[in-house]
Design a protein around this ligand. Sequence first.
Ligand code: GLN
Length: 206
Amino acid sequence: MVVAVEYISKEESEDVESVKHGVTGILAVQGAFAEHAAMLDKLGAPWKLLRAAEDFDESIDRVILPGGESTTQGKLLHSTGLFEPIARHIAAGKPTFGTCAGMILLAKKLDNDSNVYFGALDAVVRRNAYGRQLGSFAATADFGDIKDFPLVFIRGPFVVSVGSEATVETEIDGNVVGLRQGRILATAFHPELTEDTRIHELFLSL
Ligand code: GLN
């Protein structure tokens, strides 16, 4: 099997910013990974798609878990062999950013699903929490110090309880939709589907 390995070379050699950090591995077994890559392109940050275990090499120093279908992603994480290296990365306290399904994969517990994936984020997360009617909507709220961030929800989860290790960064209508725990960021919404690069910039600064 030929595995595509995609780097940005132009920016990588010219952009001083990108020298500060290594390559972001973007889980690319299913879902909205291309949008995260486009976001990192805008910021001149190098990235690599993670489709197979061997894609996770020593150049990877941060990981993005994109939106999509968490059950499918969970199965593919195991069948590709990517689960172990990503779990080790998270356990080592390295920067990890989960959006939507990615937040579900990071959670210690789900309140409406018996699956647990990385079990790293000290929170109980509810899948498809907004139901079918309100499955997709837009709003604006802060993510910590980042003010007035445009929030895009697509059948997203929300957080039903937050443990002591995690801090609430975004809340909307009384529901927690953004968390930080050390160098883990998790959003129930999709910053990669907006023009606003601030949360990705924060992630790259961790
Ligand atoms: N509903 C999806 C899930 O439970 C998440 C949706 C998304 O990532 N946009 O996995």
